[in-house]
Ligand binder design. Structure first.
Ligand code: ZN
Length: 390
């Protein structure tokens, strides 16, 4: 356990205000109190900002590795990329691949979670697919798609101890059977990569779907599908208060104005920033091709860095981002979103999506996962469970 530590004169970016300089006392990896403390081990932050460590619930890779590589080395590289960008908690995120590759990913995630954390902590897995729609699969490999009405989803339930989110195309779950089975096992079901129209996705919603995967990206919207203009999943998600959503606020997938529109509909506590970062995150934009998903999958698609994001090899589709949650927070603040709301979207909002009860805010009893930021909101240091990692 860590020895006690006091971060003196911290300006805490909290849920409702930025505090005057105050002390944060840390003991045994947790926040023991907020106030004025004497300590044998003080660290004076001289009025710098402190926020909770960022939480990224949808991220695939970085530093040349993808979670689908399913090796300890890959998990090390990605979690190091994340903590260097202020993210202390991540969900290892799969993509649509062969069932065996997904099982290998899940086995590695479980193994890695049992090791002492080196960098960002893995809080579980987010399965992005394979139960997605052909039309809405985006950069997900269509050859591996599965159907909730026809294919067995029991392998997900078998991993309910580590699976936190499953992205499905909700209109495919026509009777809500898969959604109900997952939610009854404590798994958050998220809609995305769909081709639905209201009310096709309502059985899944009534069965417990509460979240949307990167809203506006690979998602159905208002349009004519049945002869009448019906709302798509985007509009439904903005309208219905049961639903939280992810956004990739890298100024390309979603522009700042679009983020403000989404915030006006949902409020910052229902919108989680996600990096959706790929293997090429943290790598130079030199035209090099990177594998989307596992290096061992000979059918895997290739992506490259272009225009500040990752695109498919032929440039035809956005494949994911190369932007960390912290960089999104900075972009939003620069665009006029309040630091309180921007930080909330990177901390407490994603924590509530996955039911993390002791992370995502600076409160007594919470894990001492903290980012120290300077006046420009750049990262100065990062603490995971009270231990200074950066
Ligand atoms: Zn993704």
């Amino acid at each position: 356990m860590n020895k006690g530590l006091v971060l003196k004169n911290s300006r805490i970016i909290g849920e409702n205000e930025i505090s005057d300089p105050i002390d944060i006392r840390i003991q045994d990896g947790r926040i023991a109190g907020i106030g004025k403390f004497e300590s044998s081990n003080p660290h004076d932050l001289c009025g710098k900002y402190v926020c909770a460590g960022f939480i990224d619930i949808h991220t695939h890779g970085g530093y040349s590795s993808d979670f689908m590589d399913a090796t300890e080395e890959a998990f090390d590289n990605i979690t190091r990329f994340q903590i260097e960008h202020g993210t202390t908690t991540v969900l290892a995120t799969s993509l649509t691949a062969s069932k065996q590759d997904i099982l290998n990913f899940l086995a590695c995630t479980r193994r890695y979670m049992n090791l002492p954390p080196k960098y960002a902590r893995i809080a579980g897995a987010h399965l992005e697919g394979p139960f997605l729609s052909l039309k809405g699969c985006g950069a997900q490999n269509p050859r591996y798609l599965m159907d909730p009405e026809k294919d067995d989803f029991g392998f997900i339930i078998d991993h309910k101890d580590i699976v936190r989110i499953v992205t499905i195309a909700p209109e495919l779950d026509k009777r809500g059977i898969m959604t109900r089975a997952l939610t009854q096992n404590g798994i958050c079901v998220s809609g995305g990569h769909d081709d639905g129209a209201y009310p096709e996705f309502m059985p899944a919603v009534e069965a417990g779907l509460t979240h949307l995967t990167h809203i506006y990206c690979a998602m159905s919207g208002f349009g004519t599908k049945t002869g009448v203009r019906m709302m798509g999943l985007r509009e439904f998600g903005l309208w219905d208060d049961r639903i939280t959503c992810e956004i990739i606020a890298d100024d390309v997938h979603i522009t700042p104005e679009m983020t403000k529109f989404i915030l006006k509909c949902k409020g910052a506590d229902r919108v989680a920033l996600v990096s959706d970062a790929l293997r090429c995150a943290g790598m130079p934009p030199d035209g090099k091709l990177y594998t989307l998903g596992s290096e061992n999958d000979e059918n895997a698609l290739k992506v490259k860095v272009a225009g500040g994001i990752a695109v498919l090899e032929d440039g035809s589709k956005f494949a994911g981002s190369i932007t960390s949650v912290h960089e999104m927070v900075k972009k939003l603040i620069a665009a006029g979103v309040s630091p309180i709301d921007a930080v909330k979207m990177g901390t407490s909002a994603p924590a509530s999506v996955i039911g993390e009860k002791d992370a995502g805010a600076i409160k007594a009893g919470f894990r001492a996962d903290l980012c120290v930021l300077n006046e420009q909101f750049d990262i100065e240091s990062v603490y995971r469970s009270g231990e200074k990692i950066i």
